[in-house]
Ligand binder design. Sequence first.
Ligand SMILES: [Ca+2]
Ligand SMILES: [Ca+2]
Length: 129
Amino acid sequence: MKIIKRVMVLTAFLMAFASMAQAGISKNEGITCVSKGSTVRAQFDDSRGDHSKNVLVGSKAGPNYGCMGRCGGDCGWGAPSAWTKDCMDHDQCSWENKSTGGSSDPNCGDEFNEAADDWTFGVIRGCRG
Ligand SMILES: [Ca+2]
Ligand SMILES: [Ca+2]
């Protein structure tokens, strides 16, 4: 009986954790490719709440924010780049918040972390824009 009780407590804990992870508009969408010239809905949260905006992949939002949806700053220097949904979310969040803090940024740190797998494996997965 002790084991059953432990399983129930563990299950309740996992369910609570899962619902917390789903809170907010921002979420890790694995490594989802986006294509230059298409429009995707950038989603992120910051201190002002949830945001959702259609952005043209590859467009320039402003200085140092060329190539929206490309993983990494601006347009890079010519090496193969990953182009993904999570990187678009982070690009748009960073642009609107002028964020520079990377993973520790109060507004866009979570989007940064969600894009880390994209940045690392996006090119290998074929997300080349
Ligand atoms: Ca991701
Ligand atoms: Ca955020």
